[in-house]
Design a protein around this ligand. Structure first.
Ligand code: BG6
Length: 523
């Protein structure tokens, strides 16, 4: 039951779209311009930035891929992509002025001789729109191309001249600590760290960005944000989708590298970090990295005590019969995990002894990403002294619902109005999507905008990536060595493997239900 709602009128209607920053003009060079990410996320996001006025008249795009497109075919590709993901949004003069800014180069970016063609096209487009020379190179391609492209951009002189040069890198950033270091060294041969924008699109999600605001702008929460008041933290990133068309990548990566190394650990860092001295990008990232470095690293033999991995079998997701992972990818012996649950500990003063339960998986019962802060239970004196009956005295919980329906909820106990001798747990909705912004921008809109204005706060700095791999590496090694042993199978459409509750109960309260629609907002 929702007993109250407070809506932030201040923010209504505007969202965080209209920030008062000088927006420079820019040329985006998209490598992987005809790929899935560009189609699903980048073009729709750019169009929103164009439509809202933030990048209108200030940008041009040069798409690069091996497809034999010309400019017209590329514009048609972009038009279809925007129409598919922002139905009815693309029309009129706004649409035509937007599409006119797209150009294409059909080239194999791995070959150095192709870079000369790239330089010519960049010069043409910049001249045509009198751009000031600011360039964002967006690498939405397979990671083996990152280093060669960075290298050829440098040797071709495309990183020189007036304006800024920024590079945006999609994940995976390396495969383990060693390969991540090699990749980073190669990038640093061409770009400064401050010009490298490593995307973690979870950092672009409104509710993830809200964690810091909620914590540091509210007296109500910050004093309680520590081991004295918080019993456990629970982070869920559950999906209903399977691996889709990314079979090769996923089979090699698995859920640990695909979701935990980046999105989940970033959410852990946002919840756990100390308040930064200043609200500036580097000060914030300094605190995040300290949190990640204080993660207790498990030795391989400890892994089964703290980490569970699973793989989906066939089942029914959202009313549809779906095959198991092995059938889906056509490898009957695959031991790749599609689910990970883990209990993490941060070895620092604030969080000593507080379990952080995290889980993520594909083909689960529902799509739900949330962060639940479970406060300690009070002594049960209220019940004992006043003879109140009914539900157990439930601990207070603060829930940040990241998706699909954004919101913040606080649960507490009240006396039932009809029966004064009964306690009932209740939830207050503090804020939700439409209160935060009428047309809440998508993660990629925020992040693309941040790259243009040069705000790296919501991108992962190298030392964060490094700290995350340090925690992940021994677990990944353990998984690889264990093969099928310890791999817990779960039916598609379920809560995930029961083993997850086993490790949860060993350290904390079990994970909240995924099947029950009211959970974790109401018990
Ligand atoms: C991506 C992963 O980073 O995040 C995908 O590679 C996953 O496997 C996706 O499906 C989930 O993102 P979102 O925004 O839908 O939660």
């Amino acid at each position: 039951m929702i007993v109250g709602e407070l809506h932030g009128d201040v923010c209504k209607g505007g969202g965080d779209v209209h920030r008062q920053v000088d927006v420079p003009d820019v040329l985006f060079v998209f490598f992987g311009a005809t790929g899935d990410l560009a189609r699903r996320k980048l073009y729709p996001a750019l169009y929103e930035l164009w439509r809202s006025g933030e990048l209108r008249g200030r940008m041009a795009v040069l798409g690069v891929s091996r497809r034999p497109f010309d400019d017209e075919a590329y514009r048609e590709f972009v038009r279809k992509a925007v129409n598919e993901y922002r139905p009815f949004a693309l029309y009129g003069e706004t649409a035509s002025s937007f599409l006119e800014r797209f150009f294409f180069l059909s080239a194999d970016v791995g070959k150095p001789e192709e870079t000369a063609k790239l330089a010519t096209r960049i010069a043409e487009v910049e001249e045509r729109f009198s751009l000031s020379g600011n360039r964002v190179f967006y690498l939405s391609i397979a990671p083996q191309h990152f280093a060669p492209i960075a290298q050829s951009l440098r040797t071709s002189g495309l990183l020189e001249g007036r304006g800024f040069r920024r590079v945006v890198i999609e994940k995976p950033f390396g495969w383990d600590l060693r390969s991540a270091r090699e990749l980073n060294a190669a990038l640093l041969g061409a770009f400064d760290e401050r010009d490298i924008y490593r995307i973690d699109h979870y950092l672009g999600k409104a509710m993830v960005q809200n964690i810091a605001v909620l914590r540091f702008a509210n007296l109500l929460f910050e004093p309680l944000w520590n081991r004295h008041y918080i019993a456990q933290v629970e982070i869920t990133a559950a999906e209903t989708v399977g691996v889709g068309d990314r079979k090769g990548y996923y089979e090699a990566a698995g859920a640990l590298r695909d979701m935990v190394q980046n999105h989940i650990l970033q959410m852990v860092a946002m919840v756990a970090m100390e308040p930064p001295g200043r609200f500036e990008p580097e000060a914030i990232r300094d605190e995040k990295v300290k949190a990640l470095r204080s993660l207790r690293i498990y030795r391989p033999e400890e892994v089964p005590l703290f980490v569970v991995r699973g793989q989906y079998r066939s089942g029914v997701t959202l009313g549809e019969a779906v095959p198991g992972y092995r059938e889906e990818i056509g490898n009957p012996a695959s031991t790749t995990e599609t689910y990970v649950a883990a209990v993490l500990f941060l070895e620092n003063f604030r969080w000593w002894g507080v379990p952080f339960l995290v889980r993520t998986g594909k083909r689960l019962a529902r799509k739900r990403t949330d962060i639940v802060i479970h406060f300690h239970t009070l002594p049960h004196t209220v019940k004992a002294l006043s003879g109140i009956e009914g539900e157990e005295l439930a601990p207070n919980r603060l829930i940040l619902r990241v998706q699909p329906d954004e919101g913040i909820f606080l649960t507490f106990n009240v006396r039932a109005s009809r029966s004064p001798f009964q306690l009932i747990p209740t939830a207050m909705e503090l804020s939700r999507g439409e209160a935060i912004g009428f047309n809440t921008p998508e993660a990629y809109e925020r992040l693309l905008y941040d790259v243009v204005v040069g705000d790296p706060t919501n991108f992962t700095r190298w030392d964060e990536v490094e700290a995350a791999w340090r925690w992940v590496d021994p677990i990944a090694e353990f998984f690889a060595a264990a093969g099928e042993e310890g791999l817990a199978f779960y039916p598609a459409g379920s809560e995930g493997p029961e083993e997850a509750q086993r490790i949860a109960r060993r350290h904390a309260l079990p994970f909240t239900s995924l099947v029950d629609e009211r959970a974790p907002i109401l018990p």
